[in-house]
Ligand binder design. Structure first.
Ligand code: NDP
Length: 328
């Protein structure tokens, strides 16, 4: 059967398409330009199942996905801005919410742990699919264009996911949906990227630690992120489309807390000849991560059968891909 992947040019989307094609599903992707579509058509020309693309220039327009959804058995909706080059919250909220509502003609949607996280809670705290990020919405409501871009982004994720569940609740359609909520997603890049400035936001973080000539004293004493491998996020999308029990559920797809210390320790193990990153401290790994909030990814293990990559493998594969693809 045919699956639609929106925002097909994105970091997570290209892996989702690859996992779908490898599993024998035909895929239609939506992109904003022919050049982006042609890159993907070339990347997947020898795949096990066929790939095609359609151009959806503006996902905010009413009916933008009307043509794209025809004949599809499922939808993985990943088109949504994940960057901070904004000065008004609506620049992120409008495409996130209207894009989601627009594509709900078919369904199945990817969302972010940004809709679960809440900076205000005392650390360390375990978060589950029962949690929602109220703080970022409040900050954006109160501060408007003066809010931090990260709050604008997080608000866009919560509002888009709320719109998704409200739509299902109100319309009670005869299909079901699920949301995938990953924390920071790292992994090898398959998407089109010709320079470091075009790199997706989450991998830019790995690039910064790999090449940023940071000092040992820059490594924080508390874990700064929860993370997951992009290949696990891609598989979660495929399983959410195919496992019946996934219907109606939110899933945190996350492997646990991580810190720059974990990243540089992996670089040291696999790229010892490079001198562009600081020295990590193996003896501090557990203590650093124990102080962090934890997103509990066990529901996705249980229901979607995800077996998470470990951070050493993910950091290694991400770095290897950045070195190969970007010549860093
Ligand atoms: P990318 O930036 O690599 O991909 C974003 C995709 O969305 C691209 O295809 C982009 O198209 C498209 N897009 C962005 N803005 C618009 C818009 N206004 N109209 C139409 N299309 C748009 O990011 P990721 O793959 O990392 O993110 C995909 C999804 O996953 C997003 O919803 C993001 O919020 C979410 N997410 C990502 C995490 C991460 O760590 N990477 C963590 C949690 C959630 P184009 O190429 O044309 O710009």
């Amino acid at each position: 059967s045919l699956v639609l992947v929106t925002g097909a040019s994105g970091f997570i989307a290209v892996h989702t398409i690859k996992t779908l094609l490898d599993s024998g599903y035909a895929v239609r992707g939506t992109v904003r330009s022919q050049a982006k579509g042609d890159y993907l058509a070339d990347l997947f020309k020898a795949s096990k199942a066929p790939f095609e693309y359609v151009i959806v220039e503006d996902i905010v327009q009413p009916g933008a996905f009307d043509e794209a959804v025809t004949g599809v058995a499922g939808v993985a909706h990943t088109a949504s801005p994940f960057h901070f080059r904004v000065n008004d919250p609506q620049q992120l909220i409008e495409p996130a919410v209207k894009g989601t509502l627009g594509v709900l003609e078919s369904i199945q949607k990817n969302n972010s742990c940004a809709s679960i996280m809440d900076d205000n809670a005392p650390k360390p705290h375990v978060r589950t699919e029962k949690d929602w990020n109220e703080t970022s919405i409040k900050n954006v409501e109160e501060q408007g264009c003066d809010a931090r871009p990260i709050d604008m982004y997080r608000a866009s994720k919560t509002l888009a996911e709320r719109a998704f569940w409200k739509f299902i609740d109100d319309k009670k359609p005869n299909w079901d949906g699920a949301t995938i909520c990953p924390p920071m997603v790292y992994g090898p890049i398959l998407q089109q990227v010709s320079s470091t400035s075009e790199l997706n936001t989450s991998n830019a973080n790995v690039l910064d630690w790999l090449t940023g000539n940071k000092a040992e004293s820059d490594i924080p004493d508390v874990a700064t992120f929860n993370w997951v491998d992009v290949r696990d996020v891609a598989l979660a999308h495929v399983r959410a489309l195919t496992v019946p029990e996934a219907g109606g559920e939110r899933f945190i797809v996350g492997a646990g807390p991580g810190s720059p210390n974990d990243l540089v320790l992996s670089f040291e193990r696999h790229f010892p000849e490079r001198k562009t990153y600081p020295k990590g401290n193996q003896s501090k790994v557990e203590a650093i991560n124990a102080k962090s909030n934890r997103y509990d990814g066990s529901k996705a293990e249980r229901i979607l059968g995800i077996k998470y990559h470990d951070i050493d493998t993910t950091a290694r594969d991400t770095a290897e891909s950045l070195i190969k693809r970007l010549g860093v």
